[in-house]
Structures are given as C-alpha cells and as structure tokens.
Design a protein. Structure first.
Length: 295
C-alpha cells in the first residue's frame, strides 16, 4: 500500500473523518480534494487590491534568492534564502512587476506564518480543517501562507507532516515520489549556508559557521543527471496540478518538488505525523539504502 500509484486520484467532496483516515491517511496515499474550501471567503476576496488594503505597509518576512531556489543545493552547499524584512506592499509591487528586480521573492516562511505574520487573513480561511483534525485527533502544528513568483521553486524534499495544501489562486505543480522510492533518491551531506546581499547588490554565499551538515537531495527531478545518479531511473514520479479551489492531501514522508504559476496564493496545514509502522518502514528503507551505499 506504500508503493506506487498511477496518478493522484480526485475526490469530488471532502470525506468524513473516518473515511479520510481509513482510505488515505492510514495507507499513506495522496489525493486532490475538490469542493473542500469552496466556502472560504479567501477564494473571492484575496485579490492584490484586497491584500494591499488589509496588509499594506506591514513589514513581513520574504525569502529572497538570485535563482528562485530557497533551501536547495547550490555550489556544494545547502543554501538558505536571505530572509528580508520588507513592507508587504513593496513585495506586491515586485510580484505585480510594478518594480523590477533581478532577484526572486517568495513569502514562504512557514513556522505558521499565516497566524503569526498575517493574522488579518485568518478569518478568510479556517484555523484548521475540521474533518482532518477529527480524523487525526489533533489540531495543526502550523498554518502557512504562500505567495510568490513563477521562478520560485521548492527543491525535492520530504516532511514529517500530514499536509493539506490549499490553492487560493493560480496553480501549484507538484512532482511526487512515494516513500518507497527512497532507495533511488540520492542524499548527501552539505555545509549549510545563507545567501547574503553584498554592497553592490549581488549575492554571496556565507557559510553557517559551527552548524552541522545538512542531509539534502542534490538531484533536480525535472532534469535528472542519470550519469551521476543512475538509480533515479528506477524511481516513478507522479505529477499533478492543484488548481484554485482545490486541496492536495500530501502524506507524510512523500518526496515533493513544487513549482507554481506567477503570483499563486496558497495556504497549507501541517499536522504532525504519527511515528507508527509507516515511519518504521521508511526508516528501514533509509537505513538499508545507506548500508548498500557504504558497501
């Protein structure tokens, strides 16, 4: 049940808590759920004009990179974005191309940034997804707000969360791998570093001194180097597009790479995973993969 699916199935309505746990969470299978957020005011209200009015000059955290890749392997480093504090309206000027910049900007802080930095918007969505909270017997650990440019890409990785990813406007393009593909997905250890803007406006990469190396995936699944990583040819990626008004259930430990349409707005809910048999299965695969590599 933890293996490959031919495509990500669609549900035409939100499931009951029992149905959702039994059919999707327990077997660790993704799905796209329609008509689950159609009642949210955000779907109609969250225009640029509305966001300017409600958030306006408030200073928020924005990830800035020279290439659109935040938290990704670059020049043999695990490079994190510059986290810039800037008025939200200035960020919108860049997204709307009223101001040009050679860099790529993305509101993607996570750490429940919707409730922490954008509490003005919470009333337009929901503080949690009731049927998910009932299915798991817990509230979400974090609720995150995402808004960014076309060039902003999320590199291939996995999370220890049950993820409900809701698209408000635009589209998100996901490339997914099940946990069972772990033997074919390369991990390496990298020195952590951060982008920093120099006085001339260019970016430099500054090592995070004294920090432990970070395990990360160096491979680009859209253009994999099969000479360097031949095992990846055996992996079986799934691709899906989540459109405005749709919700993706992304199970814990599924690898995902994410792209988006320009100015796409999304909200996601992270529920901590259960460290049960599925987690033990993944840990076994991970350990066996590392042991084979050593041999």
């Amino acid at each position: 049940e933890l293996g490959w699916m031919e495509s990500v199935p669609y549900l035409d309505r939100p499931p009951s808590p029992l149905e959702f746990y039994r059919e999707w969470v327990s077997p660790n299978k993704p799905c796209i759920i329609q008509n689950a957020i159609s009642h949210w005011p955000a779907l109609k209200k969250w225009t640029s004009a509305y966001l300017r009015e409600v958030i306006g000059a408030k200073v928020v955290s924005v990830a800035v990179t020279p290439n659109g890749y935040a938290d990704a392997v670059f020049q043999d480093r695990f490079v994190m974005p510059e986290e810039r504090q800037m008025p939200f309206m200035d960020f919108l000027d860049i997204v709307e191309k009223k101001v040009t910049s050679p860099n790529v900007f993305y509101v993607q802080k996570q750490c429940s940034n919707l409730t922490e930095e954008f509490p003005e918007l919470v009333c337009d969505v929901q503080p949690d997804i009731p049927w998910m909270s009932e299915a798991l017997g817990k509230k979400p650990d974090a609720v995150n707000f995402w808004l960014g440019e076309l060039a902003a890409v999320t590199s291939l990785h996995k999370d220890h969360y049950e993820n409900l990813y809701c698209v408000i406007s635009g589209e998100k393009h996901f490339l997914l791998h099940p946990p069972s593909d772990r033997p074919f997905i390369p991990y390496e250890l990298y020195q952590p570093a951060t982008y920093r803007v120099s006085e001339d406006g260019s970016f430099e990469i500054v090592d995070e001194k004294g920090e432990e190396k970070v395990p990360w995936i160096p491979l680009d699944p859209l253009n994999p180097n099969l000479e360097q990583y031949p095992e990846y040819a055996q992996a079986k990626p799934l691709q899906c597009t989540v459109k405005a008004g749709e919700m993706l259930y992304l199970p814990s430990l599924w690898f995902h790479h994410v792209q988006q349409s320009h100015g796409c707005i999304a909200v996601n809910y992270w529920y901590d995973m259960e460290y049960d048999l599925k987690y033990s299965y993944y840990q076994l695969l991970d350990s066996l993969t590392k042991a084979v590599k050593v041999l």
